[in-house]
Design a protein around this ligand. Structure first.
Ligand SMILES: Nc1ncnc2c1ncn2[C@@H]1O[C@H](COP(=O)(O)OP(=O)(O)O)[C@@H](O)[C@H]1O
Ligand SMILES: [Mg+2]
Length: 409
């Protein structure tokens, strides 16, 4: 009998809720025997420390929540991927080079309905002694108001690399425009046409699994993910789920959320490069057990099947479809979705889950109903809200997670 023990590295920021949930659910997986090899799994929280580029890496898979903003662990991840073949959720290679702007460009090329977007030069250029010469010689004057008028008011001004609503403003007129551009300073900004939407669909994709949720951006955090089913037409439902996975397959991102504005059957993707998607129980509540299960299932699948990470995107596969004039928008989406299923090995994944992880649904349900899960909720609420709000928020999250559990029976 051959045994293989796999350690999953967690590279964490300030979160405690989902990592504890992940550790608990991973503990329910148990040994998995495939082709005479018995696989066991455990998670380990990684520390940040100096490393030699040739140091061994003990964790063949890492779930990363730091690299987007903290460079030392980011560079460690890249070393681990390149030198040691470590599997990464997510790939910092493409998140670093393909920020929101590149993601817009790539999906535009694929024919997706990215709203009209213009990149304008810096208000205050980067501080570099050589810039004055370059600027006086090559920076072409431009008419900001004419660009805005062409896009039409209201419009959105937002940083080219996005993230957490930093620097995002809705511009109603030329005064707003001047003020926002002056305030943008050293941030590089897009101007983007407003989409008049009916539904804000937020799709969280983990490996081949996707949950499309009814998002209410004007609500406080605990109420943003509205629990509703059937809030999209069949066509828009298909497209939102497909686009989320297509984006991920294109960029080799495997744990990402995609924000799409939906009007009728039309789906307009506006923000889909989120290296560190929100999976807090206080945001996802009802959807939290699914998210943790999906993260465990995909991690286990990757480790047991020996799936390899890659830095080669092979974008030409997508562009061949994009550039085929005989294909309609719908036909292209179908073909991209096919590529996404190939990338994520969707059929093989579900067969694996059915064969080896079938017990997880019942185990997770029992756990969500247990005192251990309730303690997790209590600790999270106590750590997040002022004391006079604890009862209210605990009742809120208990109610929503219970609603999920009741629906599973
Ligand atoms: N083109 C648009 N049309 C309508 N609303 C938009 C548009 N772009 C952004 N928004 C609104 O602004 C919010 C923040 O913009 P987003 O592109 O998601 O930036 P961030 O990367 O900071 O999350 C969105 O969630 C949405 O509510
Ligand atoms: Mg966003």
């Amino acid at each position: 009998m051959i045994n293989e023990h796999h350690l999953i590295g967690l590279l964490l920021g300030a979160e405690e809720d989902w990592p504890q949930a992940f550790e608990a659910v991973l503990g329910m997986v148990g040994p998995i025997t495939v082709d005479g090899v018995t696989h066991t799994m455990a998670a380990e929280r990684l520390t940040i420390e100096p490393f030699d580029l040739t140091d061994p890496v003990r964790t063949p898979l890492v779930i990363d929540r730091l690299a987007y903003w903290y460079y030392h662990p980011r560079e460690w991840l890249k070393k681990a991927a390149l030198v040691n073949g470590t599997y990464l959720l997510n790939s910092p290679f493409t998140f670093q080079s393909m920020e929101k702007h590149s993601a817009y460009c790539a999906m535009l090329r694929l024919g997706l309905k990215v709203p009209k977007t213009v990149l304008v030069p810096y208000k205050n250029p980067v501080d570099n002694v050589r810039w004055a010469y370059t600027s006086s010689k090559y920076n072409k004057g431009f008419d900001l108001e004419a660009i805005a008028a062409d896009l039409g008011y209201p419009l959105y001004m937002k940083p080219f690399d996005g993230g957490g609503w930093r620097g995002v403003s809705r511009i109603n007129n030329a005064d707003d425009l001047r003020r926002a551009y002056d305030a943008s300073g050293e941030m590089l900004m897009h101007l983007q046409a407003t989409v008049d939407y009916e539904v804000f669909a937020r799709a969280l994709s983990i490996g081949p699994e996707t949950m499309v949720m009814d998002f209410r951006p004007d609500q406080p955090m605990h109420n943003r993910y509205h629990v509703s089913h059937g809030f999209l037409s069949a066509r828009a439902g298909f497209e939102t789920a497909a686009i989320s996975r297509i984006v991920n397959a294109f960029f080799a991102w495997e744990f990402n959320s995609a924000e799409m504005l939906v009007a009728g059957d039309d789906v307009y993707p506006i923000d889909y490069a989120n290296a560190c998607p929100d999976v807090a129980v206080t945001s996802l509540h009802y959807y939290f057990p699914w998210a943790i299960k999906a993260l465990v299932r995909w991690s286990v699948y990757c480790l047991v099947t020996g799936r390899k990470g890659t830095v080669d995107l092979h974008t030409e596969r997508f562009f061949e479809i994009a550039d085929d004039p005989s294909l309609s928008y719908e036909a292209k989406l179908d073909e991209y979705a096919e590529l996404a299923d190939q990338y994520f090995e969707t059929d093989k994944y579900w067969a694996f889950c059915n064969e080896h992880l079938g017990h997880l649904d019942a185990a997770v349900l029992e756990w969500v109903r247990s005192d251990a899960f309730d303690h997790l909720l209590v600790r999270t609420v106590q750590g997040m809200y002022p004391p006079h709000e604890h009862d209210m928020f605990l009742a809120h999250f208990r109610g929503l997670t219970k609603a999920w559990a009741d629906e599973q029976d």
